[in-house]
Ligand binder design. Structure first.
Ligand code: ATP
Ligand code: MG
Length: 362
């Protein structure tokens, strides 16, 4: 089972610049969580604090019973072996081939022989679709390819905790869907606890079990995905729809006069550029590919959410209940399909969820 990461009262500043304060959240073991937030709110700083690369002034990060903000460097070294991290910029060694970059954690942290390392590296290279590029240097490939190489490197140790800083940035929408699917498949295979930092609303809607958001130096919320997706908070709604009208400005926050001016523009029917999608309509989560095991965290997440239900806002509660009923229906359909041996091409194949899409037979 993946490892729980428990963050309590975390505060981080650089000199006099406070980045965020009093952040508390738990990444439940084996669940997939996403962290959203405008640029510069400290998402990458948060991720680096979770692995002890940056040091908070206050608070704790408990991983496997150890507070990594206070432990010895030897203990931290051991705890870091639990992690696979995809950094925002890929963080590949520029003078090493992709192969050597991806093999690096195996050579550093294990005593595996080179032929064993080769098998693992080539398997991960294949998983992220980089077969044939293994001898290239990071400077010789595209940004999206570097990102995928970074992900392959993050996966070689079969980590119990996977942190991905914008796995989608620099990737086209189709590759993004493949990478998202890969993360779900890996979660199903090894039950790793996953945190994805992203600006990609499609990922936020279809991948995580939980979503949080940083804004104005605070964690605005963190909880079951339905809570954020159905939230009425203006900052959340603006972020999801990608509209320039709202509390989020180009640089941090807006002053009153600008907000007032925008409200008038909005009233006059001028577009703020955002989508008019209804995010409160919860779309099904991406499921593991056929042939993969079921995600073990699904049941645990569900039990947790059922306990939380009475504390959730009414619209989130309704969304959760609708989602659970839909999930049950899909599972029952899939079970009966298995029982009666329907093939994928059967004319009356029942509803099946594939890669975030709902395909029906009508
Ligand atoms: N090592 C550092 N020293 C000083 N300031 C830093 C350091 N790293 C980050 N910062 C500052 O912390 C703030 C948050 O940066 P961070 O990279 O975490 O933002 P982010 O939310 O990841 O943004 P984006 O969505 O653009 O990636 C920024 O103001 C940045 O300048
Ligand atoms: Mg960042």
């Amino acid at each position: 089972m993946g490892v729980e990461v428990s963050v309590e009262g975390l505060t981080k500043s650089f000199g006099s610049q406070n980045i965020w304060r009093d952040v508390s959240l738990t990444l439940p073991s084996g669940e997939v969580s996403a962290l959203l937030g405008p640029s510069g709110t400290g998402k990458s700083v948060f991720l680096k604090t979770l692995i002890g690369l940056l040091h908070p002034e206050q608070g704790s990060v408990i991983i496997d019973g150890t507070d990594i903000t206070k432990c010895s460097s030897k203990e931290l070294y051991e705890i870091r072996k639990l992690f696979g991290v995809l950094f925002q910029d890929g963080a590949l060694f520029g003078s090493m081939s992709l192969y050597d970059n991806i093999a690096f954690p195996l050579r550093e942290h294990t005593k595996k022989k080179e032929d064993n390392i080769r098998d693992i590296v080539m398997e991960k290279i294949d998983l992220v679709g980089l077969t044939g590029a293994e001898d290239k240097l990071p400077g010789e490939i595209s940004g999206g390819m570097r990102k995928r190489a970074g992900l392959a490197r993050a996966l070689v140790l079969d980590p119990e905790i996977i942190l991905c800083d914008e796995p989608d940035s620099g990737l086209d929408p189709v590759r993004t869907a493949y990478i998202s699917q890969l993360l779900i498949d890996i979660n199903a295979q090894i039950d790793a606890t996953i945190l994805i930092v992203t600006h990609n609303i499609n990922i936020a809607r279809t991948i995580p079990d939980n979503i949080g958001m940083l804004f104005r130096k605070e964690l605005v919320m963190f909880g079951p995905r339905e809570v954020l997706l159905t939230s009425e908070q203006p900052v959340v709604k603006q972020f999801l729809s990608g509209d320039r009208f709202g509390p989020i400005g180009m640089s941090e926050e807006k002053d009153f006069a600008v907000a007032e001016q925008e409200a008038q523009m909005q009233a006059a029917g001028i577009s703020g550029g955002g989508t008019k999608d209804d995010f409160s309509e919860i779309i099904p989560q991406v499921q593991p590919n056929p042939g993969q095991p079921e995600r073990k965290a699904i049941e645990r997440h569900r039990r947790r959410v059922v306990e939380l239900l009475p504390t959730l806002p009414a619209n989130a509660r309704e969304a959760v209940e609708r989602g659970m009923a839909e999930e049950d229906r899909i599972r029952a359909d899939n079970r009966s399909r298995d029982e009666f041996g329907f093939g994928a091409d059967a004319p009356t194949a029942p509803l099946k969820v594939v890669a975030g899409q709902t395909a029906t037979d009508h």
